[in-house]
Write a protein that binds this ligand. Structure first.
Ligand code: PGA
Length: 314
């Protein structure tokens, strides 16, 4: 929905900016900035973001599920559901499927027939090749047809002790290999209960800042509150909008307003065909990373359709 940005809002942003931090107001493309607000912003040194359109990106994360037979049926069903619900999806959105690594070439071969989706790896290692039993090279993922790779998913951080430093290394080599990383970040329930959400997110964003800026520009972020993953408890629109605004502001301070406007931020955590539209209309959210609900092609197609340009601007 269109929002009017007024001089009052600019004054408020200036008052709330703390400790030498630049005040920032995030404006979406359809928002209207009044002339008074622009003048006030100039006087008080408040940055109002320029207005750009970011292309929605919806990624299915199969996790450790599915096999060749499943993939075969899935691709056919997704193609037919998308043709039915959202025939123009390819022109407007990036649709990605992240199957388990051995299925990357299979998923790509199936997609190639109809160009249904791009393929992502769910993880990669920090080396091109060598004695790293069980790991997957980002270069091999690329060679097998992946265009994207999920990095720093909370399951990897928790179960495989991945640190922000490792995430940064993975971002860098993934980009060197020609992949676009989808970097996950999000607080756990204790962080939220103890009001540490922003501190945790800021810490996780250091991975984005510790690689060269021309690399950071290639990254897509996925805000995934850990407590919302696989629990059926998706975060509220207010919670998602608040963290998304925090992320953009943190990035604006570190990498500038244009960067902060351009980066895509997806939401993940119990997204399904019922709540997808509610999530798609949240300011600053550019797509979804979908686990459980993506395993049914019909539901994933409905989630993709929620990101239709028309549906989101109404
Ligand atoms: P979920 O998983 O949709 O099953 O909550 C999301 C994710 O882990 O990326």
């Amino acid at each position: 929905m269109r929002r009017f940005i007024t001089a009052d809002e600019v004054r408020k942003a200036a008052r709330e900016a703390s400790g030498g931090e630049k005040a920032f107001i995030y404006a979406e493309k359809e928002d209207v900035v009044t002339d008074e607000a622009r003048d006030m912003a100039r006087t008080l040194g408040v940055v109002i973001s320029s207005e750009i359109t970011r292309r929605p990106c919806i990624c299915a994360n199969f996790k450790m599920n599915g096999g060749p037979g499943f993939m075969d049926k899935y691709a056919a069903e997704l193609a037919s559901c998308l043709a039915q619900f959202y025939p123009e999806y390819a022109a407007e959105t990036d649709v990605i499927v992240a199957p388990p690594a051995p299925l990357v070439p299979v998923a790509l071969a199936l997609s190639n027939k109809k160009a249904i989706y791009s393929v992502a790896g769910q993880n990669c290692y920090i080396k091109e090749s060598g004695a790293f039993t069980g790991e997957v090279s980002p270069y091999l993922l690329r060679e097998c047809g992946a265009d994207y790779v999920i990095i720093g998913h909370s399951e990897r951080r928790k179960l495989f002790a991945e640190t922000d430093a490792l995430v940064a290394q993975k971002l860098k080599i993934a980009i060197d290999a020609g992949l676009t990383p989808i970097m996950c970040l999000g607080e756990n329930i204790d962080d939220r209960k103890t009001a540490k959400t922003f501190a945790v997110i800021a810490q996780m964003l250091t991975a984005l800042y510790s690689i060269p800026i021309e690399y950071s520009k290639k990254v897509i972020l996925a805000y995934e509150p850990v407590w919302a993953i696989g629990t059926g408890m998706n975060a509220s629109s207010e919670q998602i909008a608040e963290v998304c605004a925090f992320i953009r502001k943190n990035i604006m301070v570190k990498l500038g307003v244009d960067f902060s406007n351009a980066i895509r931020i997806l939401y993940g955590g119990s997204v399904n065909e019922t709540n997808a539209l509610e999530i798609a209309v949240i300011k600053g959210i550019d797509g979804a990373l979908v686990g459980g609900a993506s395993l049914k092609a019909v539901n994933f197609a409905k989630i993709i359709a929620a990101f239709k340009t028309d549906a989101r601007s109404n």
